[in-house]
Design a protein around this ligand. Structure first.
Ligand SMILES: [Fe+2]
Length: 251
């Protein structure tokens, strides 16, 4: 039986839930809309791939914890470069998985922190690479690896300049283990997909605002609908995925 994962990314909540992003988007309304609509798909797991809040205080994380703990399914998260380390690390509750590695639905999930404190770009530490290597050694279970920063190049020079600094090494680490079928990420606020030997690396739209693809400088796309990704994982390691764009509902 397939296991369905909903990936939400770059929710960028602000301290005040009524506040808007550059007068264009209310991150809180977008997140609650995305969750409400995604739950109709009856997923088995929700993954949040970083930038849960935007350089703020603890309040958005308390609201996210409340939202996630009220879902009918489990969720897990990783930090992004805009997250407050002390607050996101306190995110917990009965429905929130905080393990770095866990197994559900015949798949293994590895949730990795690719952030570097005080920097926009990311990196997977040597210790984390060693831990991943040990975890994957001899592993037969289909595996999904989640990072905030994509392990692949997305083709926008300004975003790739803020990407995973050691992405090539991480790619080699993951593609060196046949059990790794998927690498998922956020950070780039757009959907991309790249095949890297035996695995597929995917980035996700933001539930908040989008970046235009293939740009040399930052370009916001307020006319592009926000979105999330759905992953249907099969026990034999096969999977399907699609991106869902949504219209924002009023509260
Ligand atoms: Fe972001």
């Amino acid at each position: 039986m397939a296991f369905t994962v909903v990936q939400l990314s770059d929710t960028h909540l602000l301290s005040d839930p009524s506040e808007t992003w550059k007068g264009q988007v209310n991150p809180e309304v977008n997140l609650t809309t995305a969750l409400r609509q995604a739950m109709k798909l009856q997923p088995d797991l929700v993954l949040l791939t970083g930038d849960l809040a935007h350089e703020t205080d603890a309040r958005p994380y308390q609201r996210i914890a409340s939202l996630l703990n009220n879902l009918e399914v489990e969720s897990a998260f990783i930090a992004g470069n805009h997250d407050l380390p002390s607050s996101i690390s306190a995110l917990c509750g009965p429905r929130i998985i905080t393990d770095t590695v866990f197994r559900r639905g015949h798949w293994q999930f590895i949730m990795l922190d690719s952030t570097i404190e005080g920097e926009v770009a990311g990196r997977l530490s040597e210790d984390d690479q060693a831990a991943v290597s040990a975890c994957l050694e001899g592993c037969q279970m289909p595996t999904l690896v989640a990072t905030h920063h994509p392990i692949h190049i997305v083709g926008s020079s300004w975003l790739d300049g803020y990407g995973m600094q050691n992405g090539q090494a991480v790619c080699e680490l993951l593609t060196g283990h046949a059990c790794v079928k998927l690498a998922i990420s956020g950070h780039v606020h757009q959907a991309t997909s790249v095949r890297l030997d035996g695995l597929v690396s995917l980035s996700c739209p933001s539930t908040c605002y989008q970046f235009a693809p293939k740009c040399d400088t930052p370009s916001y796309q307020y006319n592009t609908r926000p979105g999330y990704r759905v992953l249907t994982l099969h026990s034999n390691g096969n999977f399907e995925t699609n991106v869902v764009r949504f219209d924002v509902e009023s509260r």
